[in-house]
Design a protein around this ligand. Structure first.
Ligand SMILES: *Cc1c(COP(=O)(O)O)cnc(C)c1O
Length: 361
């Protein structure tokens, strides 16, 4: 069996141990004679799976007890509307930092519901950096302040969080959740699509401070009201049952095999350094992000020549390194090296890049 090194930005690689466990439990989950896929979400067996997934997420991320954890559908993209529907109902104002495509989409959706203000943007330089933020420019009575923590497409990340005082900080952490420890108590709300670093597509995780609940506007669709899902333990309707089960296996792998998020961070930093160190000395390839804002999850790079980029992507694919093509609007290459990408995958990618460079000098 030949498995490729998959550098996809999402859906992306899952730990092999997780896939093997899922395969071994496919026909008969723990002696109950059925697959998790076939199980009623109202069964005792399934309740134990979703409860365990939540408990593991709380343990691994250190989520304080005054936060609710929700397992939803609709992707991170649905959150762009759910957040204003549920939270933009005090002053009706919210602040946004525009650091790329996802941050822009979150802002554009909020514009439909209230006064959304752009406090800073890095659009002037193709989103290759995180803008410096001046708290004096923040809206003091905003209902929330929104950031996209790790910018999947452009490869930037906040190494320091904005100081928003009493205004709840809301962050899209789709592409950095579980990659390193995060201080949940600094945020009013966190959300993530699972398909980058948690499991398969179809599951969206929301972590929300209790005092922000119960503020949804009257016209909010029942399914878009966080309270609906809080009151029903994420079982108002059928949750994405299989994706939650895989997420549970990923969390077990993270805790028991990796040793938690501090360990995961060390491994991720090491992997990223291998690639950045190569890029910084290369005469052919270069990273596109300013060094101080570089992501350890998504690493875009270019040769500066579209034809050469294309040739590299084709050669890499032939050798089993897939999905290295940059985002369709950006071009070049991007290596997404989430938790499940083995160190060996990055080492071999660097070798391949060095060979390609030697052949093209
Ligand atoms: C992938 C991604 C999204 C979109 O997620 P969907 O689940 O496809 O809606 C939003 N934000 C970030 C940061 C992402 O990486």
């Amino acid at each position: 069996m030949a498995r490729v090194y998959n550098f996809s930005a999402g859906p992306s690689m899952l730990p092999q141990d997780v896939l093997k466990t899922a395969a071994s439990e496919m026909l008969d989950y723990h002696g109950c004679g059925q697959s998790v896929m076939e199980m009623s979400h109202r069964s005792g067996e399934y309740q134990a799976i979703i409860d365990s997934c939540e408990a593991l997420l709380r343990e691994v991320m250190g989520i304080p007890t005054n936060y609710k954890v929700l397992f939803l559908q609709g992707g991170a993209s649905s959150q762009f509307a759910m957040i204003p529907l549920n939270l933009m109902n005090g002053s009706g104002k919210a602040d946004f930092v525009i650091t790329g495509q996802w941050a822009t989409k979150a802002y554009q959706e909020a514009v439909r519901y209230g006064q959304a203000q752009v406090v800073a943007s890095s659009k002037d330089k193709a989103f290759s950096y995180i803008p410096k933020l001046d708290p004096a420019s923040f809206t003091p009575d905003a209902d929330y302040f929104h950031i996209c923590m790790n910018n999947t497409i452009y490869g930037t990340v906040y190494h320091q969080l904005p100081q928003t005082g009493n205004v709840p900080l809301v962050a899209d952490i789709s592409s950095c959740i579980l990659s390193q420890p995060i201080e949940v108590s600094r945020f009013g709300m966190l959300y993530a699509g699972a398909q980058k670093n948690m499991g398969p597509a179809g599951l969206t995780v929301v972590i929300i401070r209790e005092d922000l609940l119960g503020r949804a506007r009257e016209s909010t669709p029942t399914m878009f009201n966080y309270m609906t899902h809080v009151e029903n333990g994420s079982m108002f309707n059928t949750p994405p049952t299989y994706a939650i089960y895989i997420c549970k296996l990923v969390l077990e792998w993270l805790r028991d095999k990796i040793g938690g998020l501090e360990q995961m961070q060390k491994i991720n930093e090491h992997k990223a350094k291998l690639l950045y160190d190569f890029l910084d000395q290369s005469k052919l390839f270069r990273g596109t992000v300013v060094p101080e804002d570089r992501s350890i999850m998504n690493i875009p790079f270019v040769t500066g020549d579209d034809a050469l980029d294309k040739e590299f992507i084709t050669q890499a694919k032939e050798k089993g390194f897939v999905n290295l093509k940059g985002y369709r609007l950006v071009g070049g290459m991007r290596a997404s090296i989430y938790n499940a990408m083995p160190t060996e995958g990055v080492e071999k990618l660097v070798e391949l890049m060095a060979q390609f460079e030697a052949a093209h000098r």
